[in-house]
Design a protein around this ligand. Structure first.
Ligand code: HEC
Length: 446
């Protein structure tokens, strides 16, 4: 084993040298953003992964970016407080950030190692709440972070309802089964005294995407049940069946109470009307994987696509516009990284899109990893499909997999399964970086 690993690393080094000669820049992913937020003035805020920024877009596609001070922070979700500050969680930076009105960013480190915060919400009293993968909910108030452990499982989303209650959805994996669809899903409230109140607790459930509506209800999606559900102000659930073949990546509730959702797996945008009817919009000849979604006060729908580094809009009148962020306009704020500017990569990436998508689609159909013949794909399949299937990997793009592999190792500890050895971790990271790194899709320098 050790020998093969050495050989593997040697070939990786050769690979890396060729790689760096061809693309001596960091990947600069401008789009494919994880979350949107509309501010009071109608600006659309979004997170930028590899560009490592929190950015504000105007309807004409012009963008102003605020770089996150921590390198490789992966800002994941956004929330707005009563004073107009933008709050965000840094998935990989392990911090909570605040962008204040004067454009200054302050970061607050999370006490738990690898907390991997994914979702954030702010209540009317100014407390900032966020999920921690390590079975906790964090609360930031007056610069201090307090952590509330869950009874069991890990949190998948947080939301504050119209009455100020903090809702949390969570997932408790089953002990004997590895399939996520057999887990127990819970939706509950963290009470003011720090105790938990379960509102729903069901087997074969995996709730996520908690989103409050203006009428006092909260919505969420449940991939395992193939549903989108709403709990009204009195705690009564209403269930909408959308099918198990979809995956609701994000939701947004408009002021009339319509629920809009991005179905990443079926490449659709959906709407559940306040009357309970379900509408779907199939996206034009594309499999970009709609990701973040938001319905603006004006009635325009914005959504990002994870396999298509972009932001699109469907106007109130039904006009569909792709690529609304003007790449040329970004030249004014281009960032030069080791001799290359990010905007060149933006345009190049978009051009390369069709090719990458076709390749990914093939892999997804087969649900197998690339097999270069060195046996590492089998190692990755064996180690990485214990808790979820390969889609997680096939649909992910990362600049560096080391962080994710490391975090997955922590989960193994939590589940009491034999740990990955360091050399296995290194081999898995090496394989994923070689074949599933964001750089693989990058283009040659001009
Ligand atoms: C012990 C269970 C477990 C194992 C084994 C596991 N994962 Fe995960 N994985 C999770 C959980 C739980 C999540 C969702 C929470 C999160 O994202 O932290 C997740 C999420 C992910 C994600 C999406 C989040 C992200 O960081 O992009 C990717 C990609 C992923 N896993 C890859 C892998 C790879 C690669 C391996 C093999 C090294 C692996 N997983 C092994 C439990 C596991």
């Amino acid at each position: 084993m050790a020998k093969t690993i050495k050989a593997f690393f040697f070939s990786m080094c050769v690979f890396a040298v060729i790689f760096l000669t061809l693309f001596d820049a960091e990947a600069c992913r401008p789009f494919g953003s994880y979350a949107f937020l509309e501010d009071k003035e109608g600006g659309i805020w979004f997170t930028e992964g590899d560009n490592n920024a929190i950015s504000r877009m105007l309807p004409d596609g012009s963008v102003k970016s605020y770089p996150v001070p921590t390198e490789g922070a992966e800002p994941a979700d956004l929330a707005l407080d009563g004073d107009g500050n933008i709050w965000f969680v840094e998935m990989y930076g392990n911090k909570v950030g605040r962008l204040s009105n004067d454009g200054k960013i302050t970061e607050y480190p999370i006490p738990t190692h690898h907390a991997h915060p994914v979702k954030i919400a702010v209540d009317s009293k100014g407390s900032v709440w966020f999920t921690e993968a390590d079975s906790k909910i964090g609360r930031l108030k007056d610069g201090k972070i307090i952590e509330y452990p869950l009874k069991d499982g890990w949190p998948t989303s947080v939301a504050v309802d119209a009455d100020g209650n903090l809702w949390v959805s969570s997932l408790v994996p089953s002990k004997d089964q590895t399939e996520q669809s057999k887990s127990t899903g819970k939706v509950g409230i963290l009470l003011k005294n720090g105790k938990w109140k379960d509102v729903l607790k069901r087997n074969g459930s995996c709730p996520m995407n908690l989103t409050a509506d203006p009428k006092g209800g909260v919505w969420f999606s449940d991939k395992c049940r193939g549903t989108i559900e709403r709990i009204d102000g009195k705690g009564r659930p209403v269930v909408f069946h959308i099918g198990r073949d979809g995956f609701v990546q994000d939701m947004s509730i408009d002021k009339e109470g319509n629920a809009w959702f991005a179905d990443r797996m079926r490449n659709r945008i959906g709407r559940i009307s306040s009357g309970g009817d379900i509408y779907e919009l199939k996206l034009p000849a594309d499999n970009g994987g709609p990701f973040a979604i938001t319905m603006t006060k004006k009635g325009d729908l914005y959504f990002s696509e994870i396999l298509n580094y972009n932001i699109n809009r469907r106007t109130k009148e039904g006009a569909f516009e792709e690529h609304i962020v003007v790449v040329d306009k970004r030249q004014g704020e281009r960032k030069t990284v080791e001799g290359e500017t990010c905007f060149i990569e933006y345009a190049a990436r978009i051009a390369k899109k069709a090719e990458i998508e076709a390749e990914r689609l093939e892999e997804l159909k087969k649900m197998r990893l690339k097999e270069p013949g060195d046996g590492y794909s089998t190692l990755v399949e064996n180690r990485c499909t214990l808790c979820h299937d390969l889609k997680r990997i096939l649909l992910s793009r990362k600049t560096d997999w080391a962080y994710t592999v490391d975090r997955m190792g922590d989960y193994l500890t939590a589940r009491g399964v034999p740990l990955m050895k360091d050399e296995e971790k290194a081999a898995i990271t090496g394989y994923l970086n070689a074949y599933y790194s964001i750089k693989t899709g990058a283009l040659q320098k001009r």
